[in-house]
Ligand binder design. Sequence first.
Ligand code: DP6
Length: 348
Amino acid sequence: MKKVTCTAPVNIAVIKYWGKRNEELILPINSSLSVTLHQDQLKTTTSVAASREFTEDRIWLNGKEENINHPRLQSCLREIRRLARKRRNDGGDENVSRILNYKVHLCSVNNFPTAAGLASSAAGYACLVYTLAKLYGVEGELSEIARQGSGSACRSMYGGFVQWVMGEKDDGKDSLAKQVEPESHWPELRVLILVATAEKKHVGSTAGMQTSVETSPLLKLRADLVVPERMEAMIESIRKKDFDAFGQLTMKDSNQFHATCLDTYPPIFYLNNVSQRVISMVHQYNTYYGQTKVAYSFDAGPNAVIFMLEPTVNEFVEVVKLCFPPETNGDQYLKGLPVGPSTLSEGL
Ligand code: DP6
């Protein structure tokens, strides 16, 4: 039996991906950009075992067996095995030949709420693809395969600041993730996560964005006119470490993503009243200082991701505690996370 264990980090998009032009290959209607978090805190850990004793491929997520025949899982397994076969045929490792004839058992756990809008599928599929690649000794560009598990997963294949370039080709060969700046580039950047609820989201990203593509005129406008220009400005703000610009662009992009959700018919509501109070709190704090000191971003759920620079963390956490006193905050909790070094790592 051969066994491999790897971990992969979560990423948070500051230019959001929402909408596909090809459902099967997972090709987006716009490019996106994210920050990969430090994987000491939020991560997926996946183990894979290959054995001649196994009679079928199987997978367990957070301790519960799931259907291995899910088309996206099958795409990832098929593509990695195809690369492994190619490597073997090109005269690669003899052991790979043997393992390729075995079935695999996969086991994956998140150390954070699954499907509560905390990018669990991103870390999950990135980890699955990376772990399988290690098992079969496959190297090289893997974001194209991770993308076929979940679009946002391709960005978790790199640390630091990562762009998913939408690409133009119909076969998706140019729809890849690439690192804009490494994790070492902006070491003062910090992320705080405010968990408004750990409940599973009502409308999943895949179904939600499909309805948005079908019904929201705003989404098309966003993809064609807003994102290309905003992407350039975002990359420049990161290169210059200009937090004011970075923060404003991040908040505007999150707001526009949620506006497209409202423009979807029937509308999709991911933010709740706690999220709205967090948004007001952030703007009040910035108004007090007369500059953008903190910036929020929300994915497909009510939990807030707040970006700031290190010197702001302690004071802002106090402000959060004042606005959301412990006795009323129920299941809300905070995590202070450095931005991620986060290359995927093997062998726990
Ligand atoms: C709001 O990557 O989960 O988090 O490709 O259908 O699996 P699928 O969708 P997914 O969508 C993520 C949407 C988002 C924004 C983002 O991460 O860019």
